[in-house]
Design a protein. Structure first.
Length: 129
């Protein structure tokens, strides 16, 4: 289960266009996290160690991609799910209307729904191996 991942830390439109309305994650925070991840080095945006969207996705397991519509990482999740699918892997995409970044950590109906789906997905993958 890949939950609201950051696969192109400084680049997707939803990250660049997101406002700073206090929905947990904003473009400034994303930039800060990206800078910490690279250690201040000038790493090309297409380096797969920095931007997994450019990585080789051979031999990957089934993937469940989970994200809310109010998460700046929405595009990251959509793009990676499509890359996963294009690489020939079983792929599920779960988009939760109104879900913010880390929405599944809060005591809400959609969080319970998302966590239930995640648990069922992981259980089914483990049972099939």
């Amino acid at each position: 289960n890949l939950v609201y991942g950051s696969y192109l830390p400084h680049g997707t439109p939803s990250v660049r266009q997101w406002s700073t309305e206090g929905l947990i994650l904003d473009p400034e925070s994303m930039s800060w996290f990206g800078d910490r991840y690279t250690g201040g080095r000038n790493i090309p945006m297409d380096d797969p160690y920095f931007s997994p969207l450019y990585g080789v996705l051979d031999d990957m397991p089934p993937g469940l991609f989970t994200v809310g519509t109010w998460d700046p990482l929405l595009d990251d999740t959509l793009f990676m799910a499509m890359r996963w699918l294009a690489a020939g892997h079983d792929t599920e995409l779960a988009i939760y209307p109104g879900g913010t970044h880390a929405f599944d950590a809060f005591p809400t109906h959609i969080a319970l729904e998302a966590r239930t789906r995640m648990h069922n997905f992981i259980r089914s993958v483990v049972r099939s191996t």
